[in-house]
Each structure stands twice: as C-alpha cells, then as structure tokens.
Design a protein around this ligand. Structure first.
Ligand code: DAT
Ligand code: MG
Length: 139
C-alpha cells in the first residue's frame, strides 16, 4: 500500500476538554508517524480558507465560528494507507453514527463539535498538510 500523508487537527473542543494526549496516544498506537505538530489559533480568514469546499453549506458559518473559538493542534501524519486508516480511527463525522471505540464516538458531543479533523483523500492529505506546514517543519 502507498505511503500517504494525512492532516489531523485536534479541534477547539478537544483542547478545551484536555484530550490532546488521549487522542495523540490513539494516533501513535495506530502506527502513524508524526511529521509535524503545533498549537495555533485560527483566524476567520484561515479557517474559512481551509474549509472553502464547504462555503455556502448551512453549517459553514458555525463551523468557522467553532474552529476559531480556541486553540487547535494541526498534526501532519504519515503511514501506509494513512487517509483511510486515520478515518477508521476517528469514525464517522457525526458521533451518533461513529463505530464503537473510535475517537469521535468516545469523545465528541455532536456533528459540529467532533474533536478531530481528517483529510478525505491522499491528494487532499498532501494539500492540507502543506496548508499548515512548510517542508522544513516536516521531519
Ligand atoms: P469530516 O470532518 O468527517 O470530513 P465533512 O468534511 O463532511 O466531515 O465536514 C467538515 C466538518 O464540518 C465536520 O467535521 C463538522 C462540520 N459539519 C459537517 N456537516 C455538518 C452538519 N450537518 N452540521 C454541523 N456541522 C457539520
Ligand atoms: Mg471532510
């Protein structure tokens, strides 16, 4: 299977609940290599640009509001089959639909506040990692 990059983001609810360590431990136990990690506060412009694909959807403004409501932790991950394996680890977007034992099932309150982001394709994995990290920050 091809080695892929995928972008995780520990969202503001994850940081508020002090769950960063729990989620990172699950990522590491699942065999992902952490290439880069930082804590930042997104501006409306940055969050809006990151989620530009969702612009016009009814949840877009709330999503940008939420993602700028506190610090987030983008994490660049690498592994064989990283995109699909990370999405299996985090579970469905809505925690009500997420499989038992997944990060969102365990920790998320609702579909809007769902603890973590994950890229949805290998191409977007590379694009989203590059959105937050320069190549010199990926080690
Ligand atoms: P995912 O984060 O699982 O890739 P997505 O790309 O469809 O899900 O949506 C991006 C984020 O937008 C998602 O994590 C939470 C929010 N969102 C999506 N659909 C929503 C909805 N119906 N109501 C509230 N928030 C929603
Ligand atoms: Mg998505």
């Amino acid at each position: 299977m091809p080695v892929e990059r995928t972008l995780a983001i520990l969202k503001p609810d994850c940081v508020r609940k002090n769950l960063q360590g729990e989620v990172i431990a699950r990522i590491q136990k699942a065999g992902f290599k952490i290439l880069g990690m930082k804590q930042i506060r997104l501006t409306k412009e940055i969050a809006g640009a990151f989620y530009a694909v969702h612009k016009g959807r009814p949840f877009y403004d709330g999503l940008v509001e939420f993602m700028t409501s506190g610090p987030v932790v983008p994490i660049a991950l690498e592994k064989e089959n990283a995109v699909a394996d990370y999405r299996t680890l985090i579970g469905a977007t809505d925690p009500k639909d997420a499989a038992e034992g997944t990060v969102r099932k365990l920790y998320a309150d609702n579909k809007g506040e769902n603890i973590v982001h994950g890229s949805d394709s290998a191409e977007n994995g590379r694009i989203e990692v590059a959105f937050f990290f320069g190549e010199s920050e990926l080690v």
